[in-house]
Every structure is written in C-alpha cells, then in structure tokens.
Design a protein around this ligand. Structure first.
Ligand SMILES: Cc1cc2nc3c(=O)[nH]c(=O)nc-3n(C[C@H](O)[C@H](O)[C@H](O)COP(=O)(O)O)c2cc1C
Length: 193
C-alpha cells in the first residue's frame, strides 16, 4: 500500500532559494536525525563515500569573507557588487551542510557510482529538511570547485564538494517552477531488431 503522506512529500518537494531562508534552523537533535535519514542512500560496496561539514553561526560570515577575499585574489579589480555578493552567499540560511564526496579511487566500484551516492545524499537531505518543515536549497557555485576554498574546508585529495545544502525557515512560499513531463521522457525498449 502506498503511503499517501510520502507520495505527497515527493510530489510537493521544491527548493526554497537560500535568499529566502532565515533562522531558526534545526536544533542539533533534529539535524542529526536529518543527516541520519540522508545517509540512508543506496551505496554500491557500502563505501560510505560522503561526509558532512557543518557551517553555522559566525562561521557563515567567515566563509563569506573567504569567498570575497578569494574573488579579489583572482581579480583584484572585481566590481564591488560581485565581491559583496560573494561575501553574502552564506549569510541568509542559519545552517549550511557541506556534503563532501569522499571518493575511493581504484576501488572496483567506479568513481561515478560513488559520486552518485554523494549526490543522492544531497537530495535526501533536501527531503528530510522539508519533512521537518524547513526550507532548503542545494547550491554549488564556483566555491564548490575552487581549490583554495576546498583547502580551507580541509578537503583531502580525493574529496569533492557535492553540494552546500542551505537549510532554514522559509520567509515566503517557495516559487514553483514548471516540472518535466515524465511521460514525455519515457520510452520503451523492445529488444534489438
Ligand atoms: C548539483 C546541483 C548544484 C546546484 N547549484 C546551484 C547553484 O549554484 N545556484 C543555483 O541558483 N541553483 C543551483 N542548483 C539548483 C537548485 O538547487 C534548485 O534545483 C533550483 O533552485 C530549483 O528548485 P527545485 O529544486 O524546486 O527544482 C543546483 C542544483 C544541483 C542539483
């Protein structure tokens, strides 16, 4: 028997833009439950190719300052609007969970599959946040692949950022967007002629 609440949650899932997220975020117990739910992903080889880095409180502004300084380092004449945008990127939501893909190169499970598991964690965390009544958005942006930012977050050589999951209380109803028509994406394979 399908669980109507579960289907409803899946059918109504949507992101809340990080700019529309404010305190309160989840308390520590709630967050741990959310992370536990998000860790329950399909995982070929049971490699657990992911971990979490929490950014909250003053660390958010520290990250914003880091981004702004990095932008100026790359482009000393970067417009103030660009630098200010970077400085504010982690300021809206009260909590950002960095989902780190902790990859095992050389393992028989291909890196692509390990990477998919880390991505599944990000999506499951969005769902867990929404189930608790919070809004959330999965963001990457340039910071996710920047070597200086990765080093500042103490990422190892085989670690990559799968996403920054911004979590908080939505200040307004999240905008809906047009969704793909699954029926139009579906084809049947009937075997080779
Ligand atoms: C891997 C990944 C990275 C993303 N990074 C960004 C980003 O840096 N900036 C952005 O505006 N949206 C980004 N998005 C899109 C948002 O997470 C989100 O999908 C979008 O706001 C639409 O909302 P929806 O989840 O309700 O479809 C990213 C999505 C994925 C899957």
């Amino acid at each position: 028997m399908p669980t109507p609440e579960l289907l409803q949650a899946l059918d109504q899932r949507r992101s809340v833009p990080s700019k529309q997220l404010r305190a309160p975020g989840p308390d520590d117990d709630t967050l741990l439950h959310m992370l536990q739910s998000a860790s329950r992903v399909p995982d070929h080889g049971k490699l657990v190719p992911f971990r979490f880095i929490r950014i909250q409180g003053d660390a958010r502004q520290a990250m914003g300052d880091l981004l702004a300084n990095r932008t100026l380092q790359k482009d000393p004449v970067a417009p103030a609007s660009v630098v200010d945008k970077d400085r504010g990127r982690f300021s809206d939501a009260p909590l950002i969970i960095t989902v780190v893909a902790n990859l095992k190169p050389g393992h028989k499970v291909p890196l692509q599959e390990q990477w998919l598991t880390a991505g599944s964690v990000c999506f499951a965390l969005l769902q867990a946040a929404q189930a608790y009544g919070f809004g959330a958005q999965w963001l990457t942006g340039w910071a996710a692949t920047d070597p200086v930012i990765n080093a500042a977050l103490d990422l190892g050589p085989d670690e990559r950022i799968a996403g920054f999951i911004h979590i908080g209380t939505a200040v307004m109803e999240a905008p809906e967007r047009e969704r793909p028509d699954a029926a139009a994406l579906l084809t049947d394979w009937h075997g080779q002629p």
